[in-house]
Design a protein around this ligand. Sequence first.
Ligand SMILES: O=c1ccn([C@@H]2O[C@H](COP(=O)(O)O)[C@@H](O)[C@H]2O)c(=O)[nH]1
Length: 244
Amino acid sequence: MGGKILKRYVPMVAIDVATKEAAVKLFDELDVTPKPIVKIGMEMYYGLGQEIVREAQKRGFKIFLDLKLYDIPNTVHRAMAAIGRLGIDFTTIHAAGGTEMLTAGLAGLEEGAVAAGIRPAKLLAITQLTSIDDEILHEQQHVDLSLIESVQNYAQLAESVGLAGVICSAHELPAIRQVTRPDFLCITPGIRQSLKVHDDQKRVVTPAQARELGSNGIVVGRPITQSADPVAAYQQIQQAFLAD
Ligand SMILES: O=c1ccn([C@@H]2O[C@H](COP(=O)(O)O)[C@@H](O)[C@H]2O)c(=O)[nH]1
């Protein structure tokens, strides 16, 4: 990374499970050193709401609330203000919503945090989901740009609005780093220990490749939560990602 000091977070574990009991069991198992960041997504939040955020906060986890907001600016502003009051650490919005929606979201998040007297969460823009590949982009969404160009453009847009960073695949990191400031965060899902596994994720890398490409943080769900030994899987992944 050309001698630059790159901020690297502990892995963010996506707790995509069906029940509160299953989530709490994972929170208790993953209460190790270093403690992962817990990612609460749509499945948990739509099912259990703030209760699950509080359960993770009670155990001292940093929280990434991944709700991927995408709506008209006024709605996003009000929703982000509610998220801002929760005391979480990271949250997401779709870059495709454009400047006005991103600006409204950022303002809402900050207003919510100020009203609650807490520090605002970092807002990250979804560029292109890691389940999208060039074929889907061109043939189903009729986008003319290449996937890398599209991600690069969204990263520039997010940076220009003042967001903390983006969600992308580690494959796009070199292209994003060319056009954004050095401390712009690139958080990367689509992590698999073996690239021979084929599932809904299309743009995947190993934890070690994510580190080499300069990811600031990896998001890992099923390789940990569906493992026979989630703690061992987490520790292996965090060692591969945080190793120097
Ligand atoms: O582009 C994106 C944005 C978000 N995600 C989320 O990350 C996890 C990945 O889970 P795995 O089980 O490791 O595939 C999941 O919660 C997604 O909603 C993403 O994968 N890609």
